[in-house]
Design a protein around this ligand. Sequence first.
Ligand SMILES: Cc1ncc(COP(=O)(O)O)c(C=O)c1O
Length: 429
Amino acid sequence: MDSVQTAYAFSDVGAKFTRHSGILELMDDLGRAMTIHPDMLMLGGGNPAAVPQMQALWREQMNRLMADGDAFDRLLANYNPPQGNPHFVAAFAAMLQRELGWPVGPEHVVVTSGEQSGLFFLFNLLAGRVDGRPARRILLPMAPEYIGYADQGLSEDMFVTLRPTISWPHGEEAHIFKYHLDLDAVADRLAQGDIAAVAISRPCNPTGNVLDHDELIALTELTERFGVLLIVDGAYGVPFPGIVFGEAEPHWAPHVVHTFSLSKLGLPGTRTGIIVGPPEITAALGSMVAIVGLANSNLGQQLVLPLVESGELLTCGPKVLRPFYAARSLAAQNAVREFVGERIDQWAMHESQGAFFLWLWLRGLPITTRDLYQRLKERGVLVVPGEYFFYGLAEPWAHQHECLRVSFAQAPEVVREGIRLLGEELSCA
Ligand SMILES: Cc1ncc(COP(=O)(O)O)c(C=O)c1O
């Protein structure tokens, strides 16, 4: 989808939000594939899979709500306070305290209309110009990073990103690599004094990387030392929805802001994000919710409330989602070995540790991944070109033109056929 063409004069903010952006293209492709072009092989956007046990659980919860006429009427007829439904917010804080030992109360929690808008509020609350002084910025310490952050800044150049280091955990001949934090580079960048917060998705969208526990602790200590917030985006992560294939622990500290979402549990339609952080931050986010949207949708909060109260919310991952997506990841990896690995020598994929994407590194690709995306779209396959995930780097990096994100959330036969066509296209590229 192209930028919006208009005869009317848009403000700078208007112009910024209507020019071409990766997230607009991705969500437009995704939305069309899920509605009017169901024949597209959808290896593109981040739509969660239809997981039968989760679908049954949400239907059961919806029936519970509808069976209680008064509660159902209240759900539809009343605005919540901007911070979220007080019963939900209290239950959520109590769950974190009971199940994880986090010293948090309702004042640490705020609900937003999807995690995406929560992140928009958070980034713009913290970064930008303060009293005419140079702009403060958000540091993303490990490029590539989530495409959905890239265009969220009301201020220009909100994001600064750093290159990771790369290792080959099973030897280069296994074709599996892993990104790591360059902690020295992070410390050097923080020392420049213009960083308002550091943010990282864990698991990472697009790579499926899960920041190691030691790296997470080091980053927590470093941000504390420099007096900046650490934002950990747990859209796919721990403690829920738990789409993490190895061991990973969430980590609480007073200056860490955790951002959560109900989407990858199978509820993106409810648009529910939950942010847990210092009370002055959550109160500020509540003000922003009131000004921009008055209140949030109540539906997601009410659907999951009993599972928050019982703690079952935290078991859906290990019991259902983790094995489900781990199996899909394995099938997709096998298809890549068969259809891509057979055709080209210079390929690798990031170690698949969580979320539902394979991150392919097509080394020495003679065309850009944007061109590859176009060619594949013409053949009925949607993927996301890697270029979009490398915004904010100080210097260009050849690697950014050689990567591709492939979602494995759709049915295995769809993913396999999409990867087969990718292999064919690569041998002609
Ligand atoms: C890393 C990451 N963060 C945040 C979000 C936003 O999720 P939502 O707005 O659906 O809650 C997504 C969605 O795909 C994501 O991948």
